[in-house]
Design a protein around this ligand. Structure first.
Ligand SMILES: C[S@@+](CC[C@H](N)C(=O)[O-])C[C@H]1O[C@@H](n2cnc3c(N)ncnc32)[C@H](O)[C@@H]1O
Length: 173
């Protein structure tokens, strides 16, 4: 029985690589540095973590007063992150594939710790979201760069990108 459970868990964690990065959590110290030195996060922010793992980024963002949502494809990690964040009203976690999910309209900043392979596609998603909303969206990238796009700031392993609307102030309906 234990072998079957272990096999299912391995399968759930392993299959994720077909849709994005496998689970590796960001370091708490680094996240704190990102929210102070790279992108000073505040209570005015709505942060989305695409591939939220155990929710460590969301809980740290909540300490800065931000509202947060995480999209996570692995149901085991969704349960773990919901349990770890159960007392935090600023944190919510959805079981979802972020490729198939629209970002909330109130999103101000997106955090991603993903594989280089996916970064171009993520950048295109954020540009179309910025165009749709008619305003700028910031993207915090941990551990990789987006080819062909210049970061506005770098701190440690982080790069910050900004996606500006092609028609500022004019949300597309
Ligand atoms: C490198 S981990 C980062 C976890 C967390 N963001 C952090 O920094 O601690 C990537 C996470 O993305 C999740 N993931 C991968 N592809 C995904 C997809 N298409 N939709 C939602 N989550 C995905 C994985 O299950 C994993 O938990």
């Amino acid at each position: 029985m234990i072998w079957i459970i272990l096999a299912i868990i391995t399968l759930v964690f392993g299959l994720v690589v077909f849709r994005g990065a496998p689970y590796v959590p960001s370091h708490k110290k680094s996240i704190h540095q990102a929210f102070t030195d790279l992108y000073p996060l505040s209570a005015d922010d709505y942060l989305v973590d695409i591939g939220s793992g155990d929710g460590v980024v969301l809980r740290m963002a909540s300490k800065f007063g931000a509202q947060t949502v995480g999209y996570e494809i692995n149901p085991i990690l969704v349960l773990i992150s919901r349990f770890l964040s159960r007392k935090d009203s600023h944190v919510s976690v959805r079981l979802a594939d972020f490729w198939l999910t629209n970002l909330p309209d109130k999103t101000t900043v997106v955090y991603v710790f993903s594989v280089t392979r996916d970064m171009g596609k993520i950048a295109r998603r954020l540009q179309s979201q910025a165009d749709k909303l008619g305003r700028t969206i910031s993207l915090i990238v941990y551990g990789s760069k987006i080819t062909g796009i210049k970061s506005v700031k770098s701190v440690g392993a982080y790069n910050l990108y900004e996606f500006h609307s092609l028609q500022p102030g004019k949300p597309q309906v």
